[in-house]
Design a protein around this ligand. Structure first.
Ligand code: EZ4
Ligand code: CO
Length: 402
């Protein structure tokens, strides 16, 4: 029996920070897992290095389910982003190893393809409506079939989701950036620019929008109702989801589809949302929800209740997560859509072999495992660079949800 011989926690910042777990077996097979938790990276690195690595040495790398249960139940302190991201990194690295040992891509181990490719949505944004429309046009040109649209709210600094330069990078400063929020200004403005996108591009594209946890349930209900005729693919994170019951109220008022879950970490965090059919898309991801093993459990529960998948896929999820996400997405019967922002050139220098993007669809690599190689030499050129996510304050200076 092969054993786990080496566990390395790799931190690099090729344009933004990534934490990666690399597990090596006694047979010399290596597996990669993403462990990036944006703005709190070193907490997960320490969890892995100090608490999980010593437990992994000498274990059988083939026992993925048992290792998952051992780390989850063994922690005693359950769930939460740091723990679930650390467990996810181990889980994904072990799936990568299993694929390499079998000589098969991970999606084959999960049951094989249910579809030809994975529909993705990209991010269009603008500092005003005209530049948003130009950006949507540019993404249409590139072949994307599904587009998320965000425009800066007039008069508010730093609206969520508006790109500066080539990439929207949320964790950009060494102190949390202080942004200003007005629900009234947003609610007056957002439906009008979404209508402009529909007017110009018609109903032949999937149009998405991220509210980013900014509204109360009744405000979200009003927003959803006001955009019903625009037939959004979804409104994302209309209200913070710690309180799952809050979505009942939104649901009672609007037929605009609802997506949530990018900050949620376990099946219990989405149990009410799914079993009461309060959402249409669950956005939990491999990296922050316990890896492939746990995410499949969430997606299977979702399938019973007509909830489809729509995993988070911002730039702060590494190419290892993209590869793992696509492996799951291509297999599960209730796949909906996959978020895909892509990464900088520097990031792809460190993580080689990302899934192929064509006409707004991602296709998994047919390399054994996940098909991603970590380039240590390139990674060494990009040292860790501490960064924080922004905070949002209302016009009176009090903190709001960012
Ligand atoms: O703000 O990943 O849908 N995507 C998002 C992201 C999140 C970032 C936080 O690190 O909401 O842009
Ligand atoms: Co989001």
């Amino acid at each position: 029996m092969a054993t786990i011989d080496r566990v390395e926690v790799l931190v690099t910042s090729p344009g933004r920070n990534f934490v990666t777990l690399r597990i090596t077996t006694s047979d010399g097979v290596t597996g990669l897992g993403d462990a990036t938790l944006n703005g709190r990276e070193l907490a997960v690195a320490a969890y892995l290095e100090e608490h999980l690595a010593p437990l992994l040495i000498g274990r059988d790398p083939a026992r993925i389910e048992d290792t998952w249960q051992y780390l989850y139940k063994g922690a005693y302190w359950r769930r939460g982003p740091v723990t679930m991201t650390a467990i996810a990194a181990v889980d994904v690295a072990l799936w990568d190893i299993k694929g390499k040992v079998a000589g098969l891509p991970v999606y084959q181990l999960l049951g094989g393809r249910s579809r030809d490719g994975v529909l993705v949505y990209c991010h269009a944004s603008g500092s005003d409506v005209e530049s948003l429309l130009d950006d949507v046009a540019a993404y249409r040109e590139m072949g994307f079939q599904a587009i998320r649209a965000q425009a800066a709210v007039p008069g508010l600094s730093g609206s969520y989701g508006v790109r500066k330069g080539a990439f929207y990078e949320p964790a950009a400063t060494d102190r949390p950036d202080e942004q200003v929020w007005s629900t009234e200004a947003y609610l007056d403005f957002a439906p009008s620019y979404l209508a402009r996108v529909r007017e110009k591009f018609g109903f032949g594209i999937h149009l998405l929008h991220d509210v980013h946890h900014r509204l109360t349930p009744i405000e979200a209900a009003r927003f959803g109702k006001s955009v019903e005729e625009l037939r959004l693919f979804w409104m994302e994170d209309p209200t913070p989801a710690e309180n799952q019951e809050a979505f009942r109220l939104i649901r009672q008022h609007t037929t605009t589809p609802i997506a949530t879950g990018e900050v949620l970490n376990s099946i219990w965090d989405v149990q009410t949302l799914i079993t009461e059919q309060l959402i249409d898309y669950v956005r939990t991801t491999v990296v922050h929800a316990g890896g492939i093993t746990h995410l499949r459990r969430i997606f299977d529960l979702a399938a019973l209740y007509h909830v489809r998948t729509g995993s988070h896929g911002a730039t702060d999820l590494s190419p290892v997560t993209t590869a793992a996400a696509v492996a799951v997405d291509i297999c599960v019967p209730n796949f909906g859509i996959q978020e895909h922002m892509g990464h900088t050139r520097e990031t792809y220098e460190v993580f080689r072999g990302t899934p192929r993007l064509e006409n707004g669809m991602l296709y998994p690599s047919d390399e054994p495992g996940l098909g991603i190689e970590y380039d240590d030499e390139a990674a060494g050129r990009f040292p860790y660079d501490p960064k924080y996510l922004p905070v949002a304050r209302r016009l009176d200076g009090s903190l709001h949800d960012w």
